[in-house]
Design a protein around this ligand. Structure first.
Ligand SMILES: Cc1cc2nc3c(=O)[nH]c(=O)nc-3n(C[C@H](O)[C@H](O)[C@H](O)COP(=O)(O)OP(=O)(O)OC[C@H]3O[C@@H](n4cnc5c(N)ncnc54)[C@H](O)[C@@H]3O)c2cc1C
Length: 432
């Protein structure tokens, strides 16, 4: 046993870091993360983060979120997210995050299915800007310890109460960390798919562990496909061509170089239209053109996309690029309430791994970073308000259960994929 701490946060993406920063300094926090501290999807976010610009925009922001989510969203979660957004942006700015400005005023961009420009951004590297600034603040806090390359392989729990985490380091050695609370901030599950914009190590481990311990999950088959990722024959992660590119005027062409769709449709509808077009064209991709924006706008507004495409052999200031849909985001997850409490006592889930149904059946662009931060902060406040120590484990854990980690990994993958299939069948029956 590696001793006891107050709170364990699993994952160092935006949600985990923001939870830690919103916890009072008298609590000892241990953060563990499966890879290097900056290897999270939060670092990859390009487009931006939504905010309620003024009270006049409330109804329209609310409706855009619901419409994109096919009205399957939890309205209370949506209201909390939107109303909290100005405060969260202020918190970020106070922590050193910078967003684009003109003449001292914040600039806003627009993405698919937004009826108004309400997205703050930092070049096309918004996630890196936010997450690196949060991490810099976390590193200054003496009450927070981070251990890298330490993967959670199980939860320690008894009588539906969580007492800690079982984890494996890079060498395969098993560590047991006891705590009063555990916060799951492990992100999505794109690593389970061949074509995904997510980092490959994000394999939904917490979802499998939740299913194993009968912790409630929700909307497990709600997986978002992003319509535009750079087409490549190479295996591995797919490079995202952010929605804000289309928000700023990029257009899609079929094989005959004709436009075939409204580029600002919600993600799921645009993905469907692109798939249909690819079938008609008997092609693995469609074309995306940014040329009308002009070279200066492209290079200043989307420097990272410009550079990446150039490295792949495409000069987006002068030519179209081939794009194709790929797995991108997980709307389902571990079921949580408005304070991010799971169905197990002393266990919270925040960020992409959790499901408070804020996104419904399909996430509106740039609502994810916002949702992660809003509900991470609420979880931190709730932990503080109701803090009590967890019971000591009555029974020792069987280390033999974690002897064959490769087998465990494949068992976890099977648990998740089986549950996704099972849930799709139930959905079809419910809709019949
Ligand atoms: C390419 C890309 C672009 C995006 N652009 C935007 C955007 O513009 N705007 C927006 O709002 N959203 C965007 N998103 C979505 C958004 O980035 C994520 O949903 C959000 O950052 C998730 O944050 P998180 O803290 O929940 O998880 P992550 O940031 O993914 O962090 C997960 C953490 O958990 C760790 N972890 C996972 N499993 C384990 C384990 N078993 N043990 C220990 N640690 C573990 C990981 O190592 C990582 O540290 C984008 C996503 C991608 C992939």
């Amino acid at each position: 046993m590696n001793g006891k701490t107050d709170i364990i946060v699993v994952g160092t993406g935006a949600s985990g870091l923001f939870y830690a920063l919103n916890t009072p300094p008298n609590k000892r926090i241990l953060m563990i993360t499966k890879r290097a501290v900056d290897e999270s999807d939060s670092y990859l976010a390009q487009g931006g983060i939504c905010v309620l610009r003024d009270t006049d925009d409330y109804d329209s922001f609310f409706e855009d979120t619901l419409k994109a989510g096919h009205y399957e969203n939890d309205r209370a979660s949506v209201a909390v997210m939107i109303r909290s957004s100005p405060e969260i942006i202020k918190n970020l700015i106070d922590l050193g995050v910078t967003f684009e400005k003109e003449n001292g005023e914040l600039l806003y961009t627009r993405e698919g299915a937004h009826s108004r420009a309400r997205i703050l951004y930092h070049e096309d590297l918004t996630g890196r800007e936010i997450t690196s600034k949060l991490l810099a603040q976390v590193k200054k806090r003496p009450n927070i310890t981070i251990i890298e390359n330490m993967a959670m392989v199980d939860l320690m729990c008894q009588d539906n109460c969580c007492n800690g985490v079982v984890a494996s380091d890079g060498t395969g050695a098993i560590h047991m960390y006891q705590s009063d609370y555990v916060v799951l901030a492990t992100g999505g599950l794109g690593g389970l798919f061949d074509r995904s914009t997510n980092l490959a190590h994000l394999t939904g481990d917490a979802i499998a562990i939740a299913l194993k311990h009968q912790i409630e999950v929700e909307n497990i088959s709600y997986i978002q496909i992003h319509p535009t990722t750079l087409y490549s024959r190479k295996p591995g992660r797919r490079f995202l061509i952010s929605e804000s590119v289309r928000g700023e005027g990029a257009v899609l062409y079929n094989r005959k170089m004709q436009r075939f769709v409204d580029e600002l449709l919600p993600r799921d509808l645009l993905t469907k239209a692109i798939h249909e077009q690819m079938e008609q064209d008997e092609s693995d991709f469609v074309w995306l053109s940014m040329q009308d924006m002009g070279p200066e706008v492209i290079k200043n507004r989307f420097p990272n996309i410009f550079k990446h495409c150039l490295d792949e052999g495409y000069d987006i200031t002068r030519e179209c690029i081939p794009v194709t849909p790929a797995q991108h985001y997980f709307m389902g997850g571990i079921k949580v309430d408005l304070e991010s409490r799971t169905s197990m006592a002393h266990l919270y889930a925040i960020g992409e791994v959790s499901c408070n149904r804020v996104h419904g059946a399909n996430r509106l662009a740039s609502n994810s970073l916002l949702e992660s931060l809003v509900f991470a902060k609420r979880a931190a406040i709730d932990t503080h308000n109701h803090y009590n120590t967890s019971a000591v484990l009555k029974k020792a854990l069987q280390l033999d259960d974690y002897k064959d980690l490769e087998q465990l990994k494949s068992d976890y993958k099977k648990i998740i994929l089986d549950e996704i299939e099972r849930s799709k069948v139930i959905e079809r029956i419910d809709k019949a």
